[in-house]
Write a protein that binds this ligand. Sequence first.
Ligand code: COA
Length: 322
Amino acid sequence: MKIIGTGSAVPSKSVSNEMLTGFLNTSDEWISTRTGIRTRRILTNEKLEDLAVDATRAALESAKISPDEVDFFICSNVSNNYVTPSLSAIVQEAVGSHAPCIDLNGACAGFIYSLDFADAYLQTDRAKNILILCAEEPTRFCDWHQRETSVLFGDGAGAVVVTKGDGLQSLHLTASPDKDVIYYKRRLENTPYEHRGVDVDEPLVMQGREVFRMAVESSQKDLDIVMTKAGVTSEQVDYFLLHQANMRIIKAIREQIKQPEEKFPTNIERYGNTSSASIPILLDELSREGKLKQDAILALSAFGAGFVTGAAVMKWNTINYD
Ligand code: COA
């Protein structure tokens, strides 16, 4: 599998840490030193579908294929307005594609999980071009009265088009079930057969310190596994593209891998944690800036609610955006 197109989109509204102090007992100093986040983008007058469509169109355009040439469409998403139809079905209608489509909830590791699904389809000749879209609005599942969670997230969408090729060198997924460490619950209707009383939504609940610990530990292990499988050393990796959850998590992983800071590009300072969209947005930015040279070795690693994790090593093929 190789990536032949990338795209991304973020909401127009940028919200600084300072702006949050108007209604939350927090400070720019606390947020930036504990997380590295300075601003985040938040959906206001746009919808998640708009971002998703923009990112998808940009990815198709750079891959130089039409919507009709997409054979399979995977959308990584945790939550959006519609429970059904899937977000992939909604975006597909908007971009004019007719491929089989499915949403995948791999939380913040959704991009790596999607790459694995796509690879299986390509390897079994069930598709030629696959679109992977990660579209997320985590700001809509936080309780904005809770400073512990709401300051961490931002909305965004990132997409890639993949086809057969020699890019993917190795991939590894894990799940170590622990639903209580980070979860978000939706209210369901009562039935005549089961009354749960007043069932309520539970906005994001997170044990921050435990998630931090699990993130650092799993990412380091996963990266070790995929680098070994791919036969590359950390010195040979040009860029480590890590899930953008917290700058201190990225720093802790970097210190264990013992590689220079320049190899760990970030966008968390501008966008916060955009869940599964964070790696594809970063990939799109770096690729469009011309920072990813032909045959550059990339190591990807992400983790999220579940607790699920995924990592991959890819050899980059440059994309022409003209
Ligand atoms: N502003 C100001 N103070 C805050 C705050 C905020 N936004 N959020 C929490 N605090 C306070 C706490 O109430 C606590 O106060 P206390 O000492 O008086 O009890 C203090 O800051 C320390 O809280 P703690 O939770 O121990 O901070 P921390 O150093 O662990 O940082 C996180 C908290 C959430 C930033 C950090 O644990 C983290 O990033 N975890 C991973 C989260 C994550 O990545 N989730 C998504 C995974 S995909």
